[in-house]
Design a protein around this ligand. Structure first.
Ligand SMILES: [Zn+2]
Length: 328
């Protein structure tokens, strides 16, 4: 179901994970078990602060899918409280500094780390042109040029950093190797977007950290290199994984967060959705609340060809989060 046979083979080969796997049958496209899985703090020597969460985008139907980091209701409540506290903190700081305005337009510096096993394409050596195309996709997506709301954000590539290190390949979500990689490579302040590209564990297309008040070396976005425009990840090779993960980095939840009840994804203009949508199920409507499922939203799990927008509410949430967490 969208996984290339060779990719499938690579991805099922010996990737350990402490997260709870949600197994999907190959026929289960569009259906996801109701249970969510959230990995507790990794049992590594260097303990992750409790407020560092990450989130992932997955493909359906590989037979061994993981949903490593979907948030529970308690976790989203914790995150919402933290953002409110961060905003209060920033307001006090700004008042003390005599600064009155919050940023309304933001250019985000981007550093891209291309993690390679060797110098071959199969070993992660993608051309610079793909990275440049990904930056273009981010700029298009976040400007509203693809049909959604215009957001405050644009992206400026600062550097492509090529790293050949077989011990970081594939990049294994939640592993000590991921921590080592990021600790070694992450550059810039809280406003700098670090993107790590490579082959990924567990059939994942990508994952990202949500913003935190104190910069953590894990901060950043991990994306399957072949999901970049021109890549080989069929149905997921137009660069929208990058857009999705940067959405998380700017504090967006999935559109299906919370299902049909409660505050859902904490954005008022995304219709409630019971579970992730895969492929492009036009007309899907899983909740009795008004509106069909937001399958064209970047924060769902549909094909790249299906998703093309953020909403005004998401744009507002991202800017609020920027001013709370990442603005200078
Ligand atoms: Zn996600």
């Amino acid at each position: 179901m969208g996984l290339r046979p060779n990719l499938l083979t690579r991805r099922t080969a010996g990737v350990a994970s402490t997260t709870l796997a949600l197994l999907l049958s190959t026929a289960a496209v569009g259906v996801v078990p109701a249970a969510s899985a959230f990995s507790a703090a990794p049992t590594e020597v260097c303990v992750e602060p409790a407020d560092v969460h990450s989130d992932a985008r997955v493909k359906p139907g590989s037979g061994a899918e993981h949903e490593p980091n979907e948030l529970t209701l308690a976790e989203t409540r914790e995150r919402e409280a933290d953002m409110a506290a961060a905003l209060r903190e920033r307001a006090r700081f700004r008042a003390g500094a005599g600064a009155s305005t919050m940023a309304a337009a933001v250019t985000i510096p981007v550093v891209v780390h291309v993690i390679q096993e060797n110098s071959t394409r199969a070993g992660g050596n993608i051309p610079d042109s793909m990275v440049n195309s990904q930056i273009n996709v981010l700029n298009q997506s976040f400007s509203g040029a693809t049909g959604g709301a215009s957001t405050a954000f644009s992206f400026q590539l600062q550097k492509i950093n090529r790293v050949t290190n077989p011990s970081w390949y594939p990049i294994v979500q939640g592993s000590s190797a991921e921590r080592s990689m990021k600790t070694s490579l992450r550059t810039g302040g809280k406003n700098t977007l670090n993107i790590y590209l490579g082959e990924l564990s567990d059939s994942l297309l990508g994952w990202a950290t949500f913003p935190t008040r104190k910069l953590n070396s894990m901060d950043g976005v991990v994306v399957l290199s072949e999901s970049l425009p021109g890549g080989t990840a069929t149905n997921y090779n137009q660069g929208d994984t990058g857009t999705h993960e940067v959405g998380h980095w700017l504090n967006l939840y999935h559109t299906f967060q919370g299902g049909c009840s409660g505050s859902g994804d904490s954005v008022s203009d995304t219709a409630a959705e019971a579970s992730p949508a895969y492929q492009c199920p036009t007309g899907r409507d899983t909740c009795t609340a008004p509106g069909t499922d937001p399958i064209t939203n970047f924060m769902d799990y549909t094909y790249d060809s299906c998703m093309h927008q953020f909403t005004a509410g998401q744009a507002s949430r991202m800017l609020t989060a920027w001013n709370a967490y990442r603005a200078a």
